[in-house]
Design a protein around this ligand. Sequence first.
Ligand SMILES: [Zn+2]
Ligand SMILES: [Zn+2]
Length: 275
Amino acid sequence: MLIDYHLHNHFSPDSEANTEALIEEEEKAGIHHICITNHGEWFEKEKGIPGSLNYEKAIERFQNTLKEITDLRQKFPTMQIGFGAEIQYEEQAMDDSKKLLESLPFDFVLGSIHNLDGINISGPHHALDFCKGKTEEEAYGQYFEELLRLVEWGHFDAVAHFDILKKMAVEVYGPFKPEKFKPIILKILKTMKEKEIGIELNTASLRKRCRELYPHPEILKWCVEIGIEHYTLGSDGHKADEYGQDLDKALQIAKEAGIKTLSTYKNHIPTKHPI
Ligand SMILES: [Zn+2]
Ligand SMILES: [Zn+2]
């Protein structure tokens, strides 16, 4: 079975997509469980400058998103449409992020790292600047330390794009080698296990420069060994031709890593589905 639990629509700062068109694309791909996970923070996509969470503006946007989802659930009764969010780690905004997540009936929340040293490492504009003057060990080391802070905060359901730094860093350091960073990655995974945080298999990277799933398949094997319980699939689609893309490939990688179930969420409560 396929699910798409990482999706952005026109309420997200980086998407103009119509939600009905999104649902139609997902149906075409044979997917009947989706979750709209718009960004908590606001930013201007064209400039690629790191965005920040503004509680008042975010809550209004998410209220409107929920209203639209509620209407679409009536119109598309065979599609399970979750109400979600993607919350990034930005130290000064985590209290407001928690308040936002407690203010609305979210089904599922992703936790992400998008920015380091004031540079947006997830976008196409300045990500390489982060690597300037840093060794591979320093760059990935700093990234995974920040990811550890995110999971220690822990008020979300699954980690998004676990090793997103590789998207651009592969151009500087060559292919990402998880073995080199195994101690800190295992520390992150053990913290996730303790806090019952799941992980997504994100296919955006298959269509980006590094052409490799987030996370690296080796990391998925460590997830299984450590006993991470919950796995989701996400296309991280922002427009029609990205919705539902490559999820069948991700499912195959999941099986090869020894993953047995995918999880969907309602009010943050997971349900496992055999794959
Ligand atoms: Zn993201
Ligand atoms: Zn996203």
